[in-house]
Design a protein around this ligand. Structure first.
Ligand code: HEC
Ligand code: HEC
Length: 390
């Protein structure tokens, strides 16, 4: 509450200041006066403006705060914060590993990797990377099993895609090294040394039977910065489009030029569709200026539910038995059911009066039509007679 009170008071002081000062000080700007040492807020006051918050100034016009203006003074100020980072500082951040940027110098053996794995990874990723417990498998399906195309299986659902493990869907080993170093073990990421990361990566190559320089990484294998670039990920050629190499960009362009590569469907596969195209199957609603203008398929304009064959219309059967003898045809002095003009005249009396006449009788119309039908049944019959005469 205190804060709000203060705000109101300062706004009203500013408002009176505005009245006093507009005549003599109307030309000065906030930034112009600020150079003489006053703060932006003081300057704004001097100009009859109320500073409400931060860099936003609400000008006061005729004693009322008007639309705000941004305090450019605050933006133009040079703050003496920070400095250019040194080359060493930049290097400390620039630690990612990519296909074009090898991991830092170091080495690690499959043997050491296995020990580290048993110690820090097996509880989540299972024995020999077999997965389980909801954590990803790190080695399922070895060798040729990993070398299956990753072409969209949607178009050939029976096609046997590769098992999804890093051996099949990571084209470069750099991703593995960096992933382990930066993200694993899950609860204590960034805790592995460079050599430990080499060792764990070597173990991953081993349990996936991945080749390095033409040789499967066996139990004695040691991975280091030199042979790292000779790892051949099994599925490096299985990716679509192929983004690596001199043709990379062109491959990507071609791939995206054909929308059937990523889920589009050709209406008529042999030619572009100008006629005899398939009807679109998706429902469509068109919206123009004032609202919904069109539906596909067209919206139904039928508002009455169709009367089903054999459906019971209340009152119809009783009418036939008890009333049709006088109301079914002209000549009996009774309004004929189906005669619109006659029933329009009746309808003017209102439903209650009509029902009362049916119950009590009217002239040649006997009470209850000469029956002992209940009020409710008579009501149904009367409704039927009226509806059938519309
Ligand atoms: C507490 C559980 C846990 C531990 C311990 C753990 N991980 Fe993981 N790991 C995960 C989870 C969860 C993911 C998936 C993360 C995601 O997809 O975002 C993962 C993903 C990975 C992947 C990528 C798999 C893929 O197919 O994308 C690798 C490689 C990996 N972990 C290696 C290791 C290694 C090596 C260790 C031991 C140093 C380790 N993890 C320890 C939980 C764990
Ligand atoms: C014996 C012949 C006869 C029978 C049977 C008969 N009516 Fe009528 N009904 C008349 C005549 C005649 C009138 C016209 C009365 C008038 O307007 O003077 C009439 C008028 C009516 C009116 C119009 C009342 C009004 O306020 O104008 C209703 C409704 C009506 N009958 C319902 C029934 C129903 C329901 C039955 C069967 C249960 C029935 N009638 C059976 C002869 C009959």
């Amino acid at each position: 509450m205190l804060k709000i009170n203060k705000l109101i008071i300062s706004a009203s002081i500013a408002a009176s200041a505005a009245l006093l000062m507009t005549a003599c000080n109307s030309g000065a700007t906030a930034s112009g006066a600020a150079h003489s040492g006053a703060t932006a807020a003081q300057t704004a006051y001097a100009n009859g403006k109320a500073v409400i918050d931060g860099g936003v100034i609400y000008p006061v016009v005729n004693g009322k705060t008007a639309d705000y203006v941004v305090d450019m003074q605050a933006e133009n100020t040079t703050f003496d914060y920070g400095r250019t980072p040194t080359a060493n500082e930049l290097a400390a951040w620039n630690t990612d590993v990519t296909p074009h940027k090898a991991p830092p110098a170091g080495s690690g053996s499959v043997e050491d990797g296995e020990m580290l794995y048993e110690d820090q990874c097996v509880m989540c990723h299972g024995d020999f990377g077999s997965g389980g417990g909801g954590y990803p498998s790190l080695a399922k399906g070895k060798g040729s099993n990993l070398k299956k195309t990753l072409t969209n299986q949607r178009f050939d659902p029976n096609a046997d895609g590769p098992t999804r493990v890093f051996g099949s869907y990571w084209p470069h080993a750099s991703t593995m090294w960096w992933y382990i170093h930066d993200g694993m073990p899950h609860p204590k990421s960034k805790s592995l040394s460079i050599d430990e990361t080499y060792a764990l990566t070597a173990y991953m190559l081993n349990i996936n039977e991945i080749e390095v320089d033409g040789q499967v990484a066996d139990q004695d294998f040691v991975l280091d910065q030199d042979n790292f670039s000779k790892i051949v990920m099994p599925n490096v050629d299985g990716f679509e489009p192929k983004i690596d190499g001199p043709e990379g960009v062109e491959n990507v362009r071609k791939y995206y030029a054909d929308n059937t590569n990523f889920g589009g469907q050709k209406v008529n596969p042999s030619e572009r569709c100008m006629k005899d195209c398939l009807e679109p199957t998706a429902k469509e609603v068109k919206i123009s200026g004032t609202g919904i203008s069109d539906f596909l398929p067209p919206i139904s304009t039928v508002r009455d539910l169709p009367v089903e064959e054999g459906a019971v219309v209340p009152g119809a059967a009783d009418y036939e038995v008890s009333c049709a003898v006088c109301h079914g045809a002209a000549g009996m002095g009774a309004p004929v059911v189906g005669d619109k003009a006659a029933w329009a005249a009746v309808a003017e009396k209102g439903p209650e009066a009509i029902l009362a006449n049916s119950i009590n009788g009217l002239n040649a119309m006997p009470p209850r039509g000469g029956t002992d039908l209940s009020d409710a049944k008579l009501k149904d019959i009367v409704n039927y007679m009226i509806n059938a005469s519309k």
